[in-house]
Design a protein around this ligand. Structure first.
Ligand code: GLY
Ligand code: MN
Ligand code: MN
Length: 470
């Protein structure tokens, strides 16, 4: 955001928030560098890529470790940070004189927190970086380099590239957000809420997936490269593809449902929001339409209960299990499974209806790092065998931001193996529900000392929208 946005977002570049953010991250990085037994770290923003045999490439996306210090609008490829305990962090900002592309100005508003040097050639920038490092240490093996391994000039120097002792500590610490990061994520949530409101309206007017996608972009004030992840806009059976990636230009003649999973990105921080809608009427069999409508209402209650069960010190693995226990109730009370909820859960039948995890950490990356890491040393807690897709297994703690996104889908490829050998499945109803695809409802929550702040629901309230179970 550069001040030209149409919606007034919450103030974020306040002296207090910036001061606290840079004090906090500096403390974490200095401690991390010292604990990992380095003298300093060079963080490289990354290099622009080209498509194969072409002269243009994907939009540049900087190294997330760099983005924690420098917002994306200033995160120019080839720029570097030199972070050394006890010294002011130095930003080596690349500002070529270019007439093919516009080049950002350096982030002067951050000059109270960083020392900024500007370079017009990569060679000069690398030379300064090398000299700076040599002034700060005589031991090249005590220099850590964090970034893509493609930066050959800086990497020919016996510096340690992405040492796991350092990366593990940084990833672990990143789960707890500073107030600046939380403010960015509240704004990312508002962007998402604006987009979702427009998407819901577009769907209610019979818009196609493409129309809904464009409505989301317009209202959330983002172009596609700015999105935190590609929009998932899935009508009817497309919703059974968890990360459905296309957008049909035509509305299906029988429009039944919409699943939209789309978020905003603000200062590099993401929101990740999903809503599911059913048409007021559809040409699908009345029984299936009524069942899906009722399932949707029940899934909203289910998601509410799971959100309210998030608490510091809690176990997300237990919440994952709770999700399946509740799903077993929903599937059996709706006669989709013709056995008891206990049997459905005990035999893992719910896993055919929801193959993904309940959620994940959120931040600079949509599936943020460190979700399965239970110690800063890098020790991992793998997900339980029956829930291999669960991305978040570490204990829940204060100021984490995580998603809660239970789902219920009719995915033919997962259901088919049961078709001829399991008496509990109500195939008549399941087959009738396949044209509705599935349901996912996803909120982003911050963990408080007791309970949670629901960034998503709060954002819907902030924009004054009460239409879609916000
Ligand atoms: N948008 C991808 C996810 O919800 O994890
Ligand atoms: Mn999502
Ligand atoms: Mn998610």
């Amino acid at each position: 955001m550069d001040g030209t946005e149409r919606y007034s977002y919450l103030p974020i570049d306040t002296p207090e928030l910036l001061q606290e953010h840079y004090t906090e991250i500096q403390k974490t990085w200095w401690q991390t560098v010292t604990d990992a037994k380095f003298d300093l770290v060079v963080v490289h923003a990354g290099q622009a890529q080209l498509f194969f045999e072409d002269d243009h490439g994907p939009t540049f996306k900087a190294n997330p470790h760099f983005l924690q210090w420098i917002p994306p609008e200033y995160a120019v490829a080839e720029s570097c940070l030199v972070i050394c305990p006890g010294k002011t962090t130095r930003l080596l900002f690349f500002q070529p004189s270019d007439y093919w592309h516009a080049v950002p100005m350096p982030p002067d508003h951050l000059s109270g927190h960083l020392e900024i040097r500007t370079f017009t050639t990569v060679a000069d920038l690398h030379q300064h970086c090398t000299e700076q490092v040599e002034q700060l240490t005589k031991a090249p093996e005590r220099v850590a380099f964090v970034g893509e391994p493609s930066c050959k000039t800086l990497l020919g120097k016996d510096w340690q590239q992405n040492p796991s002792s350092l990366i593990h500590r940084l990833n672990f610490a990143r789960a707890a957000k500073t107030n600046y990061e939380l403010a960015a994520m509240r704004n990312a949530s508002i962007m998402g809420a604006l987009g979702h409101r427009a998407a819901a309206n577009c769907f209610s007017e019979g818009g196609s997936e493409f129309d809904v996608h464009m409505a989301f972009l317009d209202a959330s004030e983002q172009n596609e490269p700015e999105l935190p992840y590609g929009n998932i806009v899935a009508q009817n059976h497309h919703a059974a593809f968890l990360h459905y990636q296309f957008q049909d230009r035509h509305t299906p003649t029988e429009l039944n449902s919409l699943l939209i999973d789309a978020g905003g990105s603000y200062r590099g921080y993401a929101s990740d929001i999903t809503r599911t809608y059913v048409t007021a009427q559809s040409n699908a069999a009345h029984e299936a339409h009524a069942a899906f409508t009722s399932l949707l209402a029940e899934m909203r209650n289910h998601q509410d209960r799971l959100v309210n069960a998030v608490a510091p010190g809690g176990s997300y693995v237990e919440l994952q299990q709770l999700m399946h226990e509740q799903l077993a109730e929903i599937l059996t009370t709706h006669h989709i499974l013709k056995c008891s909820a206990q049997e459905a859960f005990a035999h893992g039948l719910t896993e055919a209806f929801c193959p993904h995890g309940l959620g994940h950490l959120l931040g600079l990356q949509v599936h943020d790092v460190g979700g399965q890491q239970i110690a800063e040393s890098g020790e991992l807690r793998p997900p339980p065998e029956n829930y291999p897709a669960l991305r978040f297994t570490r204990p829940i703690s204060e100021n984490m931001v995580l998603t809660v996104e239970p789902g219920l889908y009719f995915i033919p490829v997962l259901l088919e193996p049961y078709r001829n050998n399991h008496a509990s499945f109500n195939w008549h109803l399941i087959d009738a529900l396949c044209p509705f695809g599935g349901i996912r409802i996803e909120d982003n929550v911050r963990v408080l000392p007791t309970g949670i702040e629901n960034l998503t629901r709060d954002a819907f309230t902030t924009i004054g929208y009460t239409g879609a179970h916000p």
